[in-house]
Each structure stands twice: as C-alpha cells, then as structure tokens.
Design a protein. Structure first.
Length: 387
C-alpha cells in the first residue's frame, strides 16, 4: 500500500547540493526533520569534486572539513609558454565520502536512496512507487533544468583513477596541463596524486558541443600516462560528463523551467560558476544559507533561494562575458592562450576568480592589455554576452 510520509524539509536529489543542505540542516538545526530522496544507490553518485582553499569562507569550513579525502598545499599548471606552481591549498571530495558522512549524520529512514521522484511541489514529493512525502518545504536539487534558456558552451570531461605499477612522481596536482594536443576546443589534462602509486587523470575540453566519447578519451588518457612513463596496473574508477559554460541567457526563464514556485538549489537553480562550471562554492553557500533560515516553509524557501540565485546571476555578468570571449572570439585550437595569459596573473586574483569574488580591480586587470584573441571578435563576443 502506498504510504504518506511527513517531514519538515524534503530534499529532492542527493547530489552535492542536496547532500550539503542535508548535512548543514542536520548539524545546525538538529530539531528539523529532513528527508533526502535520491534515485541512485548512494548520495553523491560517482563523482569527484575539487576546490581551492579560497573557494570556501573560513566561517563555512565546518561543512566541508569532514568530507575532504585529499589535500595539497600547492598545484601546477602547464601551457606551451608557461609552467607555474601556485602556492594555494587544493582539496578533493569523493562521492563515497559524502555518502558515508550523510548516512552517519542522519537517521536511517531519512536517507531515501533508490527512490524515483515523479513530481515535486513546494510542499510535497510524489514517488514512482506511489508513496508521497508531505513537507513544510521542498528543495529540488535534481540537476540542470531545460538549458534552452541559456547560451552555453560546454566543459566536458572523462576521468580515470589509475593504480600504477610504480610511483608516479607527482608532488602535487596538475590542475591544467595544456601542453597536450589541442583538440575539440581548449583541451587540458588534470591529474591528482592520491598516493604514491594512485593518480586520477581527467581529459577535459572547453567544447562547442556536449558530445562525449569515453572510448576515444580513454585512449587519450592511456597515451598521457605512457607519455609520463606510468605503467597502469588497473583502472580503479571512471567518470565523465558535460557541464554548461554560460555565456548569457534568461535567468528567470531558466528558473521557471525547473519548476514553478518550487525552491531549487545547485545547477537546477543556476548556481555554478559561469566559466569554470564549479558548483561546490555555491553549494556550500546555499547550504549554510538554508541552515540559517528562520522560515523553512515551501514559499519562504522559494523566495530565499530564488533571490539568492538571481542576485548571484546578476553579479556574474563579467564571467559570462569572459565565457563568450573564450567561445566566440577565439579559434578553438587557440583558446588555450586565454587561460595561459590568465595564469600569468597574481595568485590571489586567480583565487578570487575561482571563488566567484573578483573585485573591480581584478576585472580591469583581466581585460587590460592586448587580448589574446582578435579585437573585433572580442568586442562582438562582449556585446553578445549582454543580450
């Protein structure tokens, strides 16, 4: 027989945004009855999330600290005309760790995995098996809505965690290795040394299309490993996907596409960096915002998160302009020059950029001087981003 369950807050979607909101409520508001509903077998799915130390405010680190699986004090970037080590903390969270922490913190019946959601409203969630959850407030975190309201390029990636026969020799992460052959837009390889003989390698592209061919990209990862003299014993884990890089669009239309009057978080709310597609900094800010809210009703949560997402969208016009320059002003094989120029800049500026907190001076510094793209095309791209 179908059942009706009751709670204070129902979180639909157990990815990064949903998992962090659940944790923040549980730790800051233990009196609130929370349910998190996920269609997959575990919270977080099969993902690796990484972030810079400056991405998370000191006051919010209580939320991310228990989740961190790997950390480093510096990282490298490599381009045809630049190799640089930046002294800034960098951390990674594995989805299995998010799942473990959420399950450990929450009552067993509050974590509802393998449950498909048919519909969500401000105060109810209907499940495919007929069960219904009635809540004071619902937050939809199920991933992107209809992307047709946004003008996008794509950051697509395919990664493998590799167990090597011998030590890889990496002292710190390589955040961008753009010395590789430039294919399908701006291409770089990302490498994280988890231990002496274990490394995560990801082949990434700033591409005009979201198409992904795991077999082709897997062969390129094999080639990259061979070029570094690494002998692979086995592939531990694989993941891939395509994330939007937003050049412009209609925020309100995108929000409505995700469900009218339903509170939203994560990519469903448009809460990710327009150029890097990073979602973790916004997910942390959203979770702490919800945990501090005095009113957790559906209507109040909708107002809170809509206004937060809208104000964030407005503040990030500059990043959308840069995304338009990357995709519209530069030839695909020459896009790396924009990032190469960027990484010549001050490390603190770079950190603020990734965190989405670039100052006016930062913005002026980023666009000053001769652009590494044709000026006429740069101007056209800037105009397009303001439409």
């Amino acid at each position: 027989m179908p059942a009706t369950l009751s709670c204070d807050v129902a979180i639909v979607g157990g990815g990064l945004a949903g998992g962090l909101i659940a944790l923040a409520l549980r730790r800051r508001r233990p009196d609130v009855d929370v349910r998190i509903i996920e269609g997959g077998s575990r919270i977080g799915g099969n993902h690796l999330w990484s972030f810079f130390a400056s991405d998370v405010a000191p006051a919010d680190r209580w939320l991310t600290a228990p989740l961190i699986c790997h950390g480093w004090r510096s990282y490298d970037v490599a381009f045809p005309e630049l190799t640089r080590t930046l002294r800034q903390g960098y951390y990674s969270i594995e989805s299995r760790r998010l799942d473990q922490v959420v399950r450990a913190d929450m009552p067993e019946d509050a974590v509802m995995t393998r449950r498909k959601v048919l519909a969500a409203s401000p105060n109810a969630v209907v499940l495919a098996d007929g069960d219904r959850i009635e809540a004071k407030g619902v937050i939809d975190c199920r991933g992107p809505a209809d992307m047709s309201a946004l003008h996008c390029g794509w950051q697509k990636f395919y990664g493998r965690e590799l167990q090597l026969a011998e030590a890889h020799g990496l002292e710190r992460p390589i955040i961008m290795d753009a010395k590789v052959e430039q294919l399908d837009g701006y291409r770089f390889v990302y490498a994280l040394p988890f231990d002496a003989c274990r490394v995560f390698v990801e082949d990434t592209y700033y591409s005009d299309t979201p198409d992904l061919d795991p077999a082709v990209l897997g062969n390129r990862i094999e080639g990259y490993a061979k070029s570094r003299g690494w002998h692979v014993d086995r592939i531990v884990r694989e993941e891939g996907g395509a994330l939007p890089v937003v050049m412009g669009g209609d925020f309100e239309a995108y929000w409505q596409a995700g469900g009218n009057k339903v509170a939203k978080a994560g990519s469903r709310a448009g809460l990710f960096h327009p150029l890097t597609s990073y979602a973790l900094p916004d997910a942390v800010r959203t979770a702490t915002l919800v945990a501090a809210a005095s009113d957790l009703s559906g209507a109040a949560l909708h107002r809170l998160l809509h206004d937060f997402a809208r104000s964030t969208w407005r503040r990030r016009r500059f990043y959308r302009m840069l995304a338009a320059m990357l995709f519209k002003a530069a030839e695909p094989q020459e896009r790396y020059r924009i990032l190469q120029r960027f990484y010549h800049l001050d490390p603190q500026l770079i950190g603020r950029f990734y965190a989405g907190h670039s100052t006016l001076f930062d913005q002026l510094r980023l666009v000053s001087g001769k652009p590494p793209v044709p000026i006429g095309r740069a101007v056209s791209a800037i105009r397009e981003s303001f439409k």
